[in-house]
Structure formats: structure tokens, C-alpha cells
Design a protein. Sequence first.
Length: 318
Amino acid sequence: MLNIAIIGVGQVGYRHFESVLSITNDVSITVVDPHKDSLDRTKDIFETRKPNARIKSVRYLRNLQQVNDRIDVAIVSTSADHRYSVINELLDRTEVNYFILEKILFQRTVDYESVLDLLNRHNSKAWVNCTRRLYNVYIQLKELFRNTTIHEMQVKGSDWGLASSTIHFIDLISYFTKCTEYSLIVDQEHSLWRDSKRPGIKELMGHISVRFNNGTYLNLSSYKDGTIPIIIELVSDDAIVLIDERHEIIHISLKADNWEWKIRECRIPLQKDLTAKVIEDIVDTGDCLLTPIKESIELHLPMMKVLSQQSNKDLDQS
């Protein structure tokens, strides 16, 4: 029987829990969150969902001190400033074979530098939950761009939060191109830091430009006003692709088709559709399609250093 732990069941952690309820393996689930309201919400969905005979038990805990069983897969969906300490405490208390970690990974440089050694010492593997690598539309686009150079990707929309979401698109370019090295510039004149919906968290509206070392450009724009949906555009020598994830529509123009536009539907899965399958893949094969943590650290660090400087916050501040 699998032991799965979900640490933090706020907005994203709750979706992980929803997904785990549909798992096809026999499992025992441990949910840890200091907030009673969050635990009560997970209890409610478990009690109201159609029973899954594979779920053998669910424990709801307020702190990690009560976690003592070996864990096959731990999902850490706490805030970034607590994530490293959670990983460290879990590994100090028990054996954890695999981690699925939310992003942004960490706030402090030292945590990025220490986590690989920590995981290696405990013989644990980890992936970062950049989910577009799991979407069929992007798996198919990776094949489309396999033998061509992506010149540029543009991402534009209203109020989508550059600080928290840029890593998704840096990761996506790296997934397509296998390039992890880049430089990043924030357009200070047209960018604005402001309070996000989460207490104590700042978000960035404006423009970011990223140049990968292979020559691919990534341009990101988040407009502070309006309701423009996020549109993703990819341009190569052989294809132009427009993706509207909200409405699940993709427009493709191929050189091979004399640049004629074709429109088709593209399903964009939710987190609750993904986690159970990722866990099953990890348990069955020891691997999954998510970003390995070493690669994700390479992708996080340049971005985090620039954003922390721009927001007048020291990344190394405790």
C-alpha cells in the first residue's frame, strides 16, 4: 500500500488532494496543514465524493510532528518561504522516497544550493510541478518543433502575475528546446509591483524579456487593467502557433500548408486531472514527465535573483 502525504492544502494542495482521491493504487493519505479551515475543506470533499475503495485511510494533521510513517510520495504545496524547512523536517523525521514540489520553489538562494545535497543524502528524488509538460497540446507541439528553431514565444494577458507565473513559461521553452541557460530583464519603466491576493506576497505587472542561450526569445506581458485572456504565441521557421488556454483553442499555421490557418480544440487539464497519474507513473517507473528538481533549480535561480533585486528584496534575507 502506498503512503502519500500532502503538505499544505490551500488552493493548489486542495486540487492535489482531489486528484489523489481518484488514484487506482491502494493508498493511505496523510494531509498536513496548520489551518483548521483547510483541513475541514479536505474532509468535506472526501466525505461527499463517491467512495474509492482504494483509499484505505485519510489522516488530517495540524503539524509535521505527528508524521512518522514512511512516505512513498510527498506533495509539498506550502508557500515558497516554508518549503525547504518542510522538506528538511520530513526527511529528518521519516523516509520519503519521492517529492512533488510546487513553485516558486524557494525564496532564499541558500535553499536552492542546499536542497540537492539534502535529497541526495536521504536518497530521495524530486520533481517540480510545472504542469504544461503534462498537457497533450504541448507534448504534441514539442514534436512539431523538434527539427526547427523556435525564434520567439510571446505570452500576453491581463493581471496574470509575472512574479509567480514566469517560471511556467521559462520551463516550457526549456522543455521544447532543452536549453536551460538564459538572461532576464524586467522593463522597469512599464512594470509595477503591487500586493497580490495572498497576504504578504507581492506580484509584478508589466513586461519581462528573456533571451535563451540558444537564441530563443521569450516575451511576457501582464497588463494591470482589463480582462484580456492569456494568449501564447510561438514562432519558428516552419510554424506559427497561437494558444488560447482559457477557451481551449489552438490556431496553427504551417509552412508546409502554405501558411494556411487551421483551428482546433485543445484540452487544458486541471490539476485535479493530473496528480494521480503523476503519482502512478512515479511509483511504477521511478520517473514522471514533470521537471526534475536539478533542472528546475537551473531555471529558477536566474529569474529569482533578478526579480528579488527589482522588488528591492534580498533573496538571501531570512
